[in-house]
Design a protein around this ligand. Structure first.
Ligand SMILES: NC(=O)c1ccc[n+]([C@@H]2O[C@H](COP(=O)([O-])OP(=O)(O)OC[C@H]3O[C@@H](n4cnc5c(N)ncnc54)[C@H](O)[C@@H]3O)[C@@H](O)[C@H]2O)c1
Length: 289
C-alpha cells in the first residue's frame, strides 16, 4: 500500500492524515469544503512543529511528511488510493452516502475502513459494495499521541483484510487490538460506563466533583479523574455512546445518568463549550459542584 485516502478533515481525520504521512504514505485528505481541508493542514503543520521542537521528527522529515498530504474536495481523487479511511461526522446517513459515492471510484482491490466510534461495522459494510475489504479502524484522540487502534472486522470482513490492517497499524507505530463488532467495541464499552457511573455518583450526592476525581486518581491510579475525562471526551459524545450501547444491547445497565442528559440539554458539553463538570473560563478548571 502506498496511497491512503482520508475522508473528513476534522479532529480525527487530520490526526490520521498526520500519522500516515509521517509513516511515509502518500495521503489524500478530503472534506466538504476546501477551507476545512486547509484548516486541517494548518493543524497538522502546528502539531508537526511541536514534534520537531521535542525531537520526535527533524525539520526535513516534517516538511517531507506535510508535502505528502494532498487536499481535495473531489471524491474522484480517491481512484488512486489503496486504502480509504472514512473519518467523517458520526452519522450513519452521511457515512452511507460517502460509501455509495466511493463505490464507482475506488480501485476494485482497494480497502475501505471507518473510524466510527459506535455504528455497526457490519451494517456500514453493507453500503460499501466491498464488505470483505471493509472493517472498522478506530483511532483514539489525539491520534498522533495515542498508542492504540482497535481493528473491528465485520461479519463479512476477510481474514486477509484484517491482516493487512494489522500490518498497516504496525507501520503507523500503533498497537492494534482486535475488537468484536458490538456497540462501543472494547475501550469505550468499558470506559464510558465508568464515566457515566461517576456522573450517577455525583448526581446521587455520593461525592463532589473534586472528591470523585481525586478518588479515582489516587485510589485507582488513573491519570485523570472520570469527570475531567468526561469533559475532555465531550458530554454530548459520551451521551451518544451510552445511548448507542443501551439501544444496541437493550440492557438498562447502560442508561445515561440523568445529570449527564441535563448537562447536554443545558449546552454544558465539557471543555469544548467552556463548561461541563468543571468551569474552563479561568486559567485553571474549577469544579462546578
Ligand atoms: N472525537 C473523538 O474523540 C473520536 C475518537 C474516535 C473516533 N471518532 C470518530 O471519528 C469520526 C470523526 O469524528 P471527529 O471527532 O473527527 O469529527 P469532526 O466533527 O471533528 O470532523 C468530521 C469532519 O467530517 C467532515 N464531513 C462531513 N461530511 C463529509 C463528507 N460527506 N465528505 C467529507 N467530509 C465530510 C466535516 O466537515 C468535518 O470536518 C466519527 O465517526 C467519530 O465517531 C471520534
Amino acid at each position: 500500500m502506498q496511497t491512503i485516502g482520508v475522508i473528513g478533515a476534522g479532529l480525527m481525520g487530520n490526526g490520521i492524515a498526520h500519522i500516515a504521512a509521517q509513516a511515509g504514505y502518500d495521503v489524500i485528505l478530503s472534506d466538504v469544503a476546501m477551507d476545512r481541508c486547509a484548516a486541517a493542514r494548518t493543524t497538522i503543520a502546528k502539531n508537526m512543529a511541536r514534534q520537531v521542537s521535542k525531537g520526535v521528527l527533524n525539520q526535513a522529515q516534517a516538511d517531507a511528511a506535510l508535502g505528502r498530504i494532498r487536499l481535495t474536495t473531489d471524491n474522484g481523487d480517491f481512484a488512486s488510493a489503496d486504502l480509504v479511511i472514512e473519518a467523517a461526522t458520526e452519522n450513519e446517513g452521511v457515512k452511507g452516502k460517502i460509501f455509495a459515492r466511493l463505490a464507482d471510484v475506488l480501485k476494485p482491490d482497494a480497502l475501505l475502513a471507518s473510524n466510527t466510534s459506535s455504528i455497526s461495522i457490519t451494517r456500514l459494510a453493507a453500503a460499501t459494495g466491498r464488505a470483505d475489504r471493509f472493517c472498522g479502524l478506530h483511532f483514539f484522540n489525539p491520534v498522533p499521541l495515542m498508542a492504540l487502534v482497535e481493528i473491528i472486522p465485520g461479519l463479512a470482513t476477510s481474514h486477509e483484510t484484517t491482516a493487512i490492517m494489522q500490518a498497516f497499524a504496525a507501520r503507523l507505530g500503533k498497537t492494534a487490538i482486535l475488537a468484536g463488532d458490538a456497540p462501543a467495541f472494547i475501550v469505550n464499552r468499558v470506559l464510558c460506563p465508568m464515566l457515566n457511573e461517576a456522573i450517577f455518583a455525583l448526581g446521587d450526592g455520593v461525592g463532589s466533583v473534586a472528591d470523585i476525581d481525586a478518588g479515582l486518581k489516587l485510589g485507582a491510579n488513573h491519570p485523570m479523574g472520570p469527570l475531567a475525562l468526561a469533559d475532555f471526551v465531550g458530554l454530548d459524545t459520551l451521551l451518544s455512546i451510552m445511548q448507542v450501547m443501551q439501544a444496541g444491547t437493550g440492557d438498562p445497565k447502560y442508561r445515561p445518568a440523568p445529570l449527564l442528559v441535563k448537562h447536554v440539554e443545558a449546552g454544558w458539553l465539557g471543555r469544548k463549550s467552556g463548561r461541563g463538570f468543571y468551569d474552563y473560563s479561568g486559567p485553571e478548571p474549577v469544579p462546578t459542584r
